[in-house]
Design a protein around this ligand. Structure first.
Ligand SMILES: O=C(O)CCC(=O)C(=O)O
Ligand SMILES: [Fe+2]
Length: 189
C-alpha cells in the first residue's frame, strides 16, 4: 500500500519516473520498520493530574511515509499550523497515512511532515501498528530533480538518510529535527 500511495503522490506532483519514491522502499536495503504500540487505559492517573495524559509525545516521523492502523480507541492527534491539536477519529477499518521528514525534503516542502502525538485514553486500551517506509541508509535525501522548477533551489543542505537518523536519535522527540539541515533557518517548529 505504501508503494502505491507514493506512486499516486508522484503522479499528483508530476514526479518522473513514477516509482522514484516507491523504489526506495522496494530496495532490498530499504531501512523500513514496523512498530506496534500499546497504550493501556489509565483512569487513575488522569484523575490525579486533571490534565491530558500524553501516551506518545509530539513528533514528526523521520522516514518517507508511515502507514498506521489502529483499533477503535481514540488518542491520535495532529497539530495544525496554528498549533491547535485535532483528534484523528479512530477507525479500525482505515489506514492513516503520514508524510515523513524525508518526503518533506524530497518534495522541497510541497508536502509537509505533520506533527502528531497520542493521548492516553482513560477507559480503553489503544493498539496501533505502523509501517515506516524509509530509504536505504546511504541514500542522499535531496529534492527530486523532476519536481524542481528551473531556478528552484533545495531548501535543505544535502544529507544521507543515515546522517539524518543519527542526528534525529541525538535530538529530543519534540525537536524540529529538520531545522539543523535547513539552508535558511525557518520558523518551523
Ligand atoms: O500510536 C499511534 O497512533 C501513533 C504512534 C506514532 O506516532 C509513532 O509510532 O510514530
Ligand atoms: Fe509517529
Amino acid at each position: 500500500m505504501a508503494y502505491r500511495v507514493l506512486e499516486l503522490i508522484a503522479d499528483g506532483l508530476k514526479i518522473e519516473p513514477r516509482d522514484a519514491l516507491s523504489k526506495l522502499l522496494r530496495d532490498e536495503n530499504s531501512d523500513s520498520c514496523f512498530r506496534l504500540n500499546h497504550y493501556p487505559p489509565c483512569p487513575e492517573l488522569e484523575a490525579l493530574s486533571g490534565r491530558n495524559l500524553v501516551g506518545f509525545g509530539e513528533h514528526t516521523d523521520p522516514q518517507i511515509i508511515s502507514v498506521l492502523r489502529s483499533n477503535n480507541t481514540s488518542g491520535l492527534q495532529i497539530c495544525l499550523k496554528d498549533g491547535t491539536w485535532v483528534s484523528v477519529p479512530p477507525d479500525e477499518s482505515s489506514f492513516f497515512i503520514n508524510v515523513g521528514d524525508a518526503l518533506q525534503v524530497m518534495t522541497n516542502e510541497r508536502l509537509r511532515s505533520v506533527k502528531h502525538r497520542v493521548l492516553a485514553n482513560t477507559q480503553k486500551s489503544r493498539v496501533s501498528m505502523i509501517y515506516f517506509g524509509g530509504p536505504p541508509l546511504n541514500e542522499n535525501i535531496v529534492p527530486l530533480t523532476s519536481l524542481m522548477g528551473k531556478q528552484e533551489e533545495s531548501l535543505y543542505k544535502e544529507f544521507t538518510w543515515s546522517e539524518y537518523k543519527t542526528s534525529a536519535y541525538k535530538s529530543r522527540l519534540a525537536d524540529y529535527r529538520l531545522g539543523l539541515f535547513e539552508k535558511i533557518p525557518s520558523t518551523n517548529q
